[in-house]
Design a protein around this ligand. Structure first.
Ligand SMILES: CC(C)(COP(=O)(O)OP(=O)(O)OC[C@H]1O[C@@H](n2cnc3c(N)ncnc32)[C@H](O)[C@@H]1OP(=O)(O)O)[C@@H](O)C(=O)NCCC(=O)NCCS
Length: 388
């Protein structure tokens, strides 16, 4: 008899050449390259280009990629009208998800070949930050800032958000955050995107499904919850009682724990250092408070459950974004701005994998545990005769 696997943990459902996550040794590899090396030597643009291709790009491939990315830095007029018609209280992840779905209307999705999907992927990578920045301006009653063709991807996002050319160090810190969040194998949102692509739905449908999956607090939504937690804790002294109280009530500590990493998440290691640098530069207390959250949670989990727990990618990214003066509810959209590189690479792999085993329509099985009234089913009772 087959055993159930709730949550599909450790089930291998496809081959991928895009990334490898080693949860035991705390390693994350994109297309063969260690992210710890990429954050030192690469940029988000180069990393995204590599994810969509097979290897580090040549000068020509990267320059064509950059040209297309910059050429796509605009919001179709109709889309701007859509944004302006939305209630100002709309959640930015909902806005992003619906706007990405609407972007399909501006595309000829019938061309579902590899080159069209590659171009579409670059367009989406370019447009997601623009949608997020425009939405933030619109909901705050401010004029949209037109994109710059001279700034990097990260710097242009900060510029469109604030109207000011960002400090170089801030822009590079955001660039590193984007590299770190770009790809993570079959996480929930990537699996959602691939699952939709497996039905032969188009790229926009698959990416908007990915955004929906990312919005939940057990996935990308955790970084927003982390910042809410830090603001609630406020001081280093409050960390210990706060964490103890939550754990005593069986509550999860956001930003801690991971389904795959059973050691330090390598991304958290880099983000911890970025948060430390930003705290030093801005004089804000968030690094020290976050570090204490990490330490106290680890100690308490060891005492209570006898198990180890480590910070994940969301713990230190929350305070890093806060110190970059990014509104808290844009934490998860920033995750999406970056992860769209991984989603689109996976959608292309799902649609055009050349080697066996080729992907096929995902269709897991569920065990029916509902009412059973015999092989011919329950007797249908007319509405007026049912118990009221
Ligand atoms: C990500 C997450 C869903 C993984 O869950 P998981 O695969 O069940 O993790 P584990 O199997 O290692 O959990 C082992 C135990 O630790 C507990 N645990 C895991 N993460 C925890 C956390 N952040 N706070 C408190 N307890 C936690 C689990 O409830 C489980 O307890 P149990 O054995 O009594 O059932 C979980 O760690 C979590 O909810 N973290 C907080 C949300 C978050 O930061 N998400 C972003 C992930 S990148």
């Amino acid at each position: 008899m087959q055993t159930k696997n709730i949550g599909l943990r450790n089930i291998e459902v496809a081959d991928t050449k895009i990334s490898a996550v080693d949860g035991i040794n705390g390693k994350l590899i994109y297309r063969g390259y260690d992210i710890l090396d990429l954050v030192k030597k690469s940029t988000f643009e180069e990393t995204a280009c590599m994810l969509l291709n097979d290897d580090l790009p040549s000068k020509t491939v990267l320059s064509e990629f950059n040209d297309k990315l910059i050429a796509s830095r605009k919001v179709p007029e109709g889309l701007e009208k859509n944004l302006k018609n939305l209630p100002k209280t709309a959640n930015p992840m909902d806005v992003l998800q619906s706007l990405v779905a609407i972007l399909a209307a501006y595309e000829n999705e019938k061309l579902d070949d590899r080159p069209s999907n590659y171009t579409r992927a670059i367009d989406l990578i370019s447009k997601l930050p623009i949608i997020v920045a425009c939405w933030d301006r619109i909901r705050n009653g401010k004029e949209i800032v037109q994109p710059s063709k001279d700034l990097s991807h990260a710097a242009n996002f900060l510029y469109m958000l604030t109207g000011n050319i960002p400090d170089n160090e801030f822009a590079r810190i955001l660039d590193i955050c984007l590299i770190l969040h770009a790809e993570h194998s079959f996480n929930a949102s990537t699996f959602a995107a691939r699952e939709v692509a497996s039905t032969r739905a188009h790229m926009h449908a698959a990416v908007s499904a990915g955004i929906g999956a990312l919005s939940g607090e057990l996935h990308g939504g955790a970084n927003f919850q982390v910042m809410k937690m830090l603001l609630d804790i406020r001081t280093e002294e409050n960390v210990e009682p706060w964490i103890k109280e939550k754990l005593a009530h069986d509550k999860k500590i956001m930003g801690m724990g991971h389904a795959i990493y059973k050691t330090f998440d390598p991304r958290a290691e880099v983000l911890r250092e970025l948060s430390r640098r930003l705290s030093e530069k801005t004089g804000e207390p968030w690094y020290k408070i976050t570090k204490k959250v990490e330490d106290v949670t680890a100690e308490e989990m060891k005492k209570v459950k006898g198990s180890d727990i480590f910070p994940n990618v969301d713990l230190y990214s929350a305070s890093a974004y806060y110190m970059l003066k990014i509104p808290m509810d844009l934490n998860t959209p920033i995750f999406a701005i970056s992860r769209v590189a991984g989603w689109t690479a996976h959608i292309i792999e799902e649609k055009f994998a050349e080697a066996a085993p080729k992907p096929m329509l995902y269709r897991p099985k569920a065990v029916y545990v509902g009412k059973y009234c015999g092989p011919s089913g329950c007797e249908y009772v007319p509405l007026e005769k049912r118990q009221q």
